[in-house]
Every structure is written in structure tokens, then in C-alpha cells.
Ligand binder design. Structure first.
Ligand SMILES: NC(=O)c1ccc[n+]([C@@H]2O[C@H](COP(=O)([O-])OP(=O)(O)OC[C@H]3O[C@@H](n4cnc5c(N)ncnc54)[C@H](O)[C@@H]3O)[C@@H](O)[C@H]2O)c1
Length: 444
């Protein structure tokens, strides 16, 4: 099949590349010319394990193409995936300007007798109707009539494991009211569901809601566990024992019940916000979702609060080693990362920070305030132990694997004072205390 994927970010690039890997001819489109030029040279805009090799191979084989021109891309294809961003607007709603701009451009350039337009971006219930209307309006302006169907096909990949998630999906959700479009979607996804059929076909609005419900559920699990952790701390209970105790119940399970310093990323924060907004727009009070969001917003301050409780509100003259900048391991994505809140708080209180992240340094240089680098408040280093030299404490924010079982003797030797703030409960408090460390985790 010939397909077009519009928006070549995390989702678009992974989607396009994986479809190409299955033998389809795919054109990835993006308005960002620099991104497209770099992709043509084999340079990826994001860090995602395994993606570079797949892009390189499929590009070389002529199955994967990159362009800034949607009209050109549409000439040979009649299935169009919309995978552009849906960032939060000022009121928390999902900003649909990019999705609708693509829909209009599709309408302006539709030429085939029948086309399928697939909403892959995370979009609120009712968006497919807006996309349909935007396309139809452009066709009417042109005075042409082409048959088309808008399908919802939300994406569930996880950054850091995106290829594996896309290649071996738990389920493929297809929201479609049109048999012909459903058949095309099934054909497209058949290579990914050969092991067992896991395509769930449903109404378009059902599919749109499914994506939000999934992310809201995961965010709820995290916020629930963070609330329990904070209560454990007050009660003198170790939340890690509680976590294992409840996770062993198959009705609860071990996934997504790790306490920590809050969830970040491009999805959970914005999707919970957008769902709250959708509820409000429909005169529905989303008590639970509001609490999930509120708990997470405050949880991101837990580490800086602990540091200030230990060292005082004025941190001038103090320097902290920070391990991890990305919002989670396996990615260089720093959108809504808890590290940003920690940095802002301790730097505002006068501290300096020396930070290490295995892959996010370049993104950090781009996204964090310039003056932190120029006035020497924030230094990025290339090796994890180099962050520690003469600092007052180690603060762990992202649980990258090399941080899990580090050389504690080296940590102790390099730190000015042997103190560890563990924002992801990676270490055993008793073992660290036996090694002479002062240790603070979350909820322990
Ligand atoms: N990142 C994830 O892990 C993830 C997972 C599941 C779903 N999603 C959803 O997928 C969507 C995309 O997310 P992302 O993280 O890939 O975004 P992203 O910001 O990484 O990429 C979006 C891309 O779209 C491009 N773009 C914007 N307007 C365009 C236009 N008119 N024509 C062509 N390209 C255009 C941008 O230049 C950018 O490269 C969002 O709705 C997101 O919520 C993301």
C-alpha cells in the first residue's frame, strides 16, 4: 500500500517507518524543513532505540520517503495518517489547529476517487467530525466530489520502546463507521497482528475516547501511588513494601504503581488536562481527574522540597549533582519533565546544579533557560560520575539503567557530603545507610 504520514515527530516517524518496514511505500511529511533535510541525511530528530537503523534501511530501499510537500506526497497515495501535535491550549483543551490545518490541506489536494484519512494524533471526542467537515469544505470550494472516510486510530506506543510497541501492539484500535475504510485499516495492520488478531473495531467517538481513557487510567495509577507514598512518609511506612504487597494482587498488578517525583512527557499531562476540559465543556465535574492532575503537579516539587528541608530554603553556595533530565528512561524527551521543576526550584533558591543524562543533554541545552548555562548555574557533563565532584548531594530524577546499580564507593568519594535524594526509589535505604549515606526516597 502507498500511504502518507503527516507530522514526522515521535508518532509519525515511528508509524511511517514501521509501515515501510512491512513493505508499504510511505511518505513522511513535515512542515519543518530542517527536520526533513536532516532525515534525508539519516539524522534523526529524536532518540528512540532502534529507530535509526530502520529509517536508514527503509530509506535506502526506497520504501520510506521524506518531504515537506503534502500535495506531492498525496499524488500516489490514498491513505493519509494525521500525526501532528495536539498541544494543550491555554484553557487545557487539545489545540486542534495543526490537525485541522492538515485536514484542510488534504481537502485542497484530494484527487483519488476514494481516500481514507486516519486521525492518529490524540484528539478529543468529536474531532473526526471536525476533520470531515474541514475536508468537505475544501472539496466544496474546489467544486469537486471525492469519496473519503475519516477513521480514528489512536497510538499507544511508549517512547523508549516505540518500535517494539508498534511492531507488537497489545491492540490496534480502529474507530470507523465505514466498512471499506475498516477493511483497509485491517489490511494495513495485518502484518502487526499476525501473532494474534488484536484489532478492536469500534465507533469513531469510542476510539477517540479510548485513547484518553487509557492515558488517564495510567496517570491515575501513578498519582494514586504517589498519594499513598506521601501518606506512608507521614506514617513511617515504607511504600516500596506496600507497592510489592499490593502489586502481587493480580487485580492490581505491578505496572504503573511506582511512586516517584511525578509523571511528565508529552502525553499524560496534556491528555489528562484535555479530558478535564472536555468534561467541563459538557457540564460534567471530573473530580477524580482533577485530583490526578493536582497530585502530579505537587509531586514534581517533592524532591526540591526535600532538598530544602535538609539544606534550608537558601541554597546559595550549594551545588547538587542531578542524574537524569529526560522525563523517563529510554528517551531524550524533556516535555513536562520533573527534572525541569527540580532545576527551577533549586536554582531559584540559589543552588548550582551539575547534571548528567545519557541522551537528553542536547535537548536540555535547547529547552532550558539559556542563562543557566551562561552564568554557570547549570553544567552538563558527559559521564555520570563527573556530575558528582564536590557536590553537596546526588539527586536522582530519571531511573536510567546505569543509575540502578552504580558504584557507591565512587559516589561517596566524589560527593562532598554523602547524601542521596532518590526520586525514583531505586536504592535500598538500609544498604545505603550501612555504606554511610544519608538517604531520602519517596514515601519511605
Ligand atoms: N509522543 C508519544 O509518545 C505519543 C504517543 C501516543 C500518541 N501521541 C500523540 O501523537 C500526536 C503527535 O505526537 P508527537 O509526540 O509525535 O508530536 P511531535 O511534536 O513530536 O511531532 C509533531 C510533528 O508534526 C509536525 N507538524 C505540525 N504541523 C504540521 C503540518 N501542518 N504539516 C506537517 N507536519 C506538521 C511538526 O513539525 C512536528 O514535527 C499527539 O497528538 C500526541 O498526543 C504521542
Amino acid at each position: 500500500m502507498h500511504i502518507v504520514v503527516v507530522g514526522t515527530g515521535y508518532v509519525g516517524l515511528v508509524t511511517g517507518t514501521c509501515f515501510a518496514e512491512m513493505g508499504n511505500t510511505v511518505t513522511c511529511v513535515d512542515v519543518d524543513k530542517a527536520k526533513i533535510d536532516r532525515l534525508k541525511q539519516g539524522l534523526l530528530p529524536i532518540y528512540e532505540p532502534g529507530l535509526d537503523t530502520l529509517v536508514e534501511q527503509n530509506y535506502a530501499e526506497g520504501r520510506l520517503h521524506f518531504t515537506t510537500s503534502l500535495p506531492e506526497a498525496m499524488l500516489d497515495a490514498d491513505v493519509y495518517f494525521i500525526a501532528v501535535g495536539t498541544p494543550p491550549g491555554e484553557d487545557g483543551s487539545a489545540d486542534l489547529q495543526y490537525v485541522l490545518a492538515v485536514a484542510r490541506e488534504i481537502g485542497q489536494n484530494m484527487r483519488h476517487p476514494y481516500s481514507v484519512v486516519v486521525d492518529k494524533s490524540t484528539v478529543p471526542v468529536g474531532t473526526a467530525d471536525k476533520v470531515t467537515a474541514a475536508i468537505q469544505e475544501e472539496l466544496d470550494k474546489r467544486g469537486v466530489s471525492h469519496e473519503f472516510s475519516v477513521v480514528s486510530n489512536p497510538e499507544f506506543l511508549k517512547e523508549g520502546a516505540a518500535i517494539d510497541d508498534f511492531m507488537h501492539p497489545d491492540r490496534v484500535v480502529v474507530g470507523s463507521e465505514d466498512e471499506r475504510a475498516t477493511r483497509i485499516m485491517r489490511e494495513l495492520y495485518a502484518p502487526f497482528t499476525r501473532n494474534h488478531e488484536c484489532t478492536v473495531v469500534m465507533g469513531v467517538r469510542d476510539a477517540e475516547m479510548t485513547k484518553y481513557a487509557a492515558n488517564a487510567m495510567l496517570a491515575t495509577k501513578i498519582s494514586f501511588m504517589n498519594e499513598i507514598a506521601n501518606l506512608c512518609e507521614v506514617l513511617g511506612v515504607d511504600v516500596e513494601n506496600v507497592r510489592k504487597g499490593i502489586g502481587s494482587d493480580s487485580r492490581i498488578g505491578y505496572h504503573f504503581i511506582y511512586p516517584g517525583c511525578g509523571y511528565g512527557g508529552s502525553c499524560f499531562p496534556k491528555d489528562v488536562k484535555a479530558l478535564v476540559h472536555t468534561a467541563e465543556q459538557n457540564d460534567f465535574e471530573p473530580w477524580l481527574l482533577r485530583a490526578v492532575e493536582q497530585r502530579n503537579n505537587t509531586q514534581k516539587y517533592r524532591l526540591s522540597q526535600k532538598v530544602m528541608a535538609r539544606f534550608g530554603g537558601d541554597l546559595s553556595g550549594k551545588t547538587f549533582a542531578l542524574w537524569g533530565l529526560a522525563f523517563k528512561p529510554g528517551t531524550d524527551d524533556m516535555r513536562e519533565a520533573p527534572s525541569k521543576v527540580f532545576l527551577s526550584e533549586v536554582i531559584a533558591a540559589g543552588a548550582k546544579v551539575v547534571a548528567y543524562d545519557p541522551v537528553a543533554a542536547e535537548v536540555a541545552e535547547r529547552e532550558l533557560p539559556r542563562e543557566w548555562f551562561t552564568n554557570g548555574t547549570l553544567t552538563l557533563v558527559e559521564h555520570q560520575y563527573d556530575a558528582l565532584n564536590d557536590t553537596d548531594a546526588l539527586v536522582l530524577v530519571t531511573e536510567w539503567m546505569p543509575f540502578r546499580n552504580p558504584d557507591f564507593a565512587q559516589i561517596k568519594a566524589r560527593l562532598k557530603t554523602p547524601i542521596i535524594f532518590d526520586g525514583r526509589n531505586q536504592y535500598d535505604p538500609a544498604a545505603l545507610r550501612a555504606l554511610g549515606f544519608e538517604y531520602q526516597g519517596i514515601g519511605r
